[in-house]
Design a protein around this ligand. Sequence first.
Ligand code: FE2
Length: 320
Amino acid sequence: MNNPTTLLSGHNHITLNVGGAQEDYDFHTEVLGLKSVKKTLLYDGQAPIYHLYYGNDTGEESTLVTTFPFRHAGLTATKGSGQISVLTLSVPESSLDWWRNRLEENGFEVTAVERFGEKRLAFQHPCGIDYELVGVADDERTPATHPDIPSEYGIRGVHSISCSVRDLELTDQFMQMGWGSRKVEGDGNATRYEMGEGGPGAIVDYILEPNRAPGSWTFGEGYVHHCAFSVDSLESQMAVKLFLEGLGYTDVSDVKDRGYFYSIYVRTPGGPLFEATYTKPEHFAIDEPRDSLGAQIMISPQFEDSRQELLAQLETIEYA
Ligand SMILES: [Fe+2]
């Protein structure tokens, strides 16, 4: 094996620092029609924070958007360069007009944009994070089931992330040498990289914005925290870690057990935080039945004794 980073196959999940928990829950499950596949807590730091997972009905890799709602903790953050700046979700090309109507009926301001020859609807999460729906003709991923969203219109998963950077040179080096990606095309100030088989679910775009002030890296409401990419085994994950460290990216984290998967994190040269993730075989069914994912708030076993005390500090989420 020459370059272990070619084991990074595409998006696993993208994680956002959002505002209110109920607001986030309603946006993802009602407006966008994603399924709540896990409700749990963030286990970094001292104060309890929800960790909410949304995706298709089984929470498959690359359909997952996860959130940390920070409003009740009073933590805010600023958007800027050195961050993942746009989350782009894939929908069938023929559904864009339908989605525009749905978003506008729900009070969202929608702008039609085009990049890389792809038609997109740009709008914002209620906490201000920039979202897009992009029309794709042949994305075979299975959408979540939702009573108001026909399956032929449903969201297929994460299409791409866009990252705002002030300079591309060191980022290009990291992506091509360290992250197993290839540069595929440019469009104005945007440059596209793909990994694995490429296409929706395996795309990272960089937007060159040399004059944009740097945004936050701390936890706090209002920006994308990190993006995770899949590897197929713990051995592959360790190979990626050791390879990156061997290149000189010595700030790769230790392996962290996140309950449903194992994670390592690396701060990329342009600023965005990336993760390489190995999903446990049981995945979200490790602590609740596969046909009732997301039905309860799951507390990690070491904190189960403090369940009531922890939940009392959090916003109550109303859900069916
Ligand atoms: Fe993550």
